[in-house]
Design a protein around this ligand. Sequence first.
Ligand code: FPP
Length: 295
Amino acid sequence: MLPVRRPGSRKSVEEAIPLYPSGTLRIHELTAEERAVYATLKPERLPEHVAIIMDGNGRWAGRRSLKRFLGHQQGAKSVQLVTETASRIGLPWLTLYAFSLENNLRRPKAEVSFLMRLLKSYLESNLQRMMDNNVRIRYIGRTHELPAEVQDKMRWAEEATAHNTGTTLTLALNYGGRSELVDAFRSLAAAMKDKHLPSDRITEEDIHRHLYTAHMPDPDLLIRSSGEMRISNFLLWQIAYTEIFVTERLWPDFRGIHLLEAIADFQRRERRFGGIGESCGEVEADPEQIKIAAS
Ligand code: FPP
């Protein structure tokens, strides 16, 4: 599904119009440096959905001769600061890859257990800030496989923020893009069977409706920190036409200003969705007249 921009949903900084019924731009809360970058952006071309692969916590710690868990702890601070900047510029959807299925299976037990405790403590200690910033928190992934006490805390934060109308922060937890597709196809197959529908009736829209992300638009922009040129099994279906921005900066050093810089880079690009862009040559008025050169 191609992202659809609601016309006129954003105007100038000064007008501070509501984004959703009660969500508002809070540009005055940006830092002076952030405001300077924001001023270079075209408000009518802000992305609706930014997804981030948060990478480099371990390297951040390693470069300082610190234990890896301190990198994750610092990474959790970046999560909150970036989310707050996103909420101030009225970004409707922010999706963060916080814990993959592969992390769960392949990392040492002690690190996985630390990440689970960190998530619980993050939710507990940042709930008030989420409320103050009108942020709604949700999750995607096989979250039912996470420890029960972590699931309880997740539910608690989701319910507490359910009526907030600003940015929706989605944490991908125990998430894998391929397993999401497996889950979607299983649920779609069951629905088709119930309705006695043949498989050749399946459309892209049907698949979209069975993904964890059925309720949100596809990401316009995917950011990856720490310089790796990989997708790492993140939102495989949804990023078909997403612009990708890779920064060398390690996640614990990533701040709101870097989100704004990535958005500025995004705005310099021409998105074509498989069509033809403005700088792609003239279209032939009568294609029948074109001679095909022998090859
Ligand atoms: C990659 O760093 C990051 C992760 C494994 C998960 C991201 C986790 C956080 C940002 C902290 C907790 C998040 C929340 C929401 C509380 P890495 O360890 O793979 O880094 P490396 O590639 O340098 O080793």
